[in-house]
Write a protein that binds this ligand. Structure first.
Ligand code: GAL
Length: 439
């Protein structure tokens, strides 16, 4: 069976199955998992659909990301021919639809085998309700030695491993179309702060191009733009105070950064309110827009569009954030109980391997969290990001992508930004943000 076939159990789901056989001929069945195609209460160990099927919920359907996941799953199936993969995507950038999908499955006691999640604070609701298995056995000595320390820390809750990260994205990027900046005569490498970037946008607009490809249909791209501008304008200490909820003295810096975003606003894509992040990014690809601020999943998109780094598109750290690497990580976890415990364990072990991280990160536009994945196999852009990571004094977690702030607080911040995108009221939004994170 090849990619693209469905199990027909739910016509509204895009499920993809690849069936090769049963896991080692021996199935383990967990009582209580009664979802379509999963083990029934009394468990039928002879049904190959049960424990040899790995159901994976993710949101990687956008440019470049699909290729990366496919590369990962192909690698896994090469080592585990007995496995069957059932992809069950919950599309929506930055997981905008995934959380609800996973939560309802857990509430219904129909857990998937695994799902995509950011390590760090985003894990907290799941560990608080005890629905994730401990992965200390999967974290072999080899993995513990090979992973970057900060990533290992984010993979644990209360000293227990509960997640296996597969990548490190960077958030504080500014990507650009080389032809446009050359035509306008601006040099992004000489822009040192977010205010000067506004002057560059003005020059680009005067030359008749859209300065900033951006989407406002969802709030998250503006939250991530704000957190990056805030960091670029006011530095690490102020950023950390915001994360800590230590809001004394933050009213002015927060208002300043919102006010700059408000001034960027007239330079964003004319169709910002109706496009997705990859459609905004495509405007840089086609030469309709000069810049975009995005995590380096955007670079995976440039590669899948076969554009040449340094010639057609290029990159600088977002102005004011040179020397900082704001990390966005993705990981997989093991819901407990689990419909396919052996296969899920095998998958998580594979995600922690050199082979998985070599295959996945190149098309994804991210760098491996293991330090022993050969760098020379990676494209020049990612080799540059690896060098920046190594040289970075500070590797920060992020608000928008779940590692730094509890999901409930993050949701409130997103709601505040959704209102900002309607009212553009700097003062009330600044007050609201501080109220949310403050004591
Ligand atoms: C991030 C995720 C990335 C990428 C991005 C855009 O939160 O960590 O892997 O998918 O969202 O959707």
């Amino acid at each position: 069976m090849g990619w693209g076939e469905t199990d027909g159990s739910n016509a509204s789901r895009r499920t993809v199955l690849r069936r090769v056989g049963m896991i080692g001929g021996a199935a383990v069945v967990l009582a209580g998992c009664t979802s379509d195609g999963h083990a029934s209460d009394d468990g039928d160990a002879n049904d190959p659909d049960d424990t040899s099927r790995l159901e994976l919920i993710h949101w990687w359907t956008a440019g470049g990301e699909e290729d990366a996941l496919e590369a990962l799953l192909d690698g896994f199936l090469e080592e585990h021919e007995e496995g069957v993969i059932e992809e069950n995507p919950a599309p929506g950038g930055a997981g905008s639809a995934l959380n609800a999908a996973v939560q309802s499955r857990l509430i219904d006691e129909e857990p998937p085998s695994t799902f995509q999640i950011w390590p760090g604070e985003a894990l907290r609701p799941f560990t608080d309700s005890n629905v994730l298995a401990a992965l200390d056995d999967i974290w072999s000595d080899d993995m513990r030695e090979a992973y970057i320390d900060s990533v290992r820390e984010l993979s644990q809750r209360n000293g227990v491993y509960v997640a296996v990260p597969v990548n490190i994205h960077r958030l504080n990027n500014l990507f650009y179309n080389v032809d446009i900046v050359e035509d306008v005569g601006v040099d992004p490498r000489s822009v040192d702060d977010p205010e000067t970037l506004l002057e560059v946008f003005e020059a680009v607009a005067d030359a008749g191009y859209t300065p900033l490809a951006h989407q406002t249909q969802d709030a998250w791209p503006t939250v991530q733009l704000w957190e990056t501008v805030f960091l670029g304008q006011h530095g690490l200490e102020t950023f950390q105070s915001f994360l800590d909820g230590d809001v004394d003295g933050l009213a002015e810096p927060v208002a300043e950064s919102l006010s700059l975003i408000e001034r960027y606003r007239e330079h964003v894509s004319p169709d910002a309110s109706s496009i997705a992040w990859d459609e905004a990014n495509a405007q840089v690809i086609t030469g309709d827009a000069a810049f975009t601020h995005q995590g380096d999943w955007a670079a995976g998109h440039y590669s899948s569009a076969e554009l040449t780094y340094g010639e057609e598109w290029s990159h600088v750290a977002f102005p004011g954030t040179d020397g900082v690497y704001t990390m966005v990580l993705d990981s997989f976890v093991m819901p407990d109980p689990n419909p396919s415990p052996e296969l899920t364990s095998a998958f998580l072990q594979y995600c922690g391997s050199v082979d998985a991280q070599r295959r996945f990160n190149q098309p994804k536009g991210s760098i491996p969290p293991r330090t022993d994945v050969p760098a020379e196999e990676f494209p020049p852009f990612l080799q540059d990001q690896m060098a920046d990571f190594d040289a970075s004094g500070d590797q920060l977690p992020t608000i928008t992508h779940g590692s730094a702030i509890h999901p409930a607080t993050k949701n409130q911040l997103e709601e505040a930004f959704a209102s900002f995108l309607e009212s553009w009221n700097v003062e009330t939004t600044a007050e609201r943000l501080l109220e949310i994170v403050g004591p």
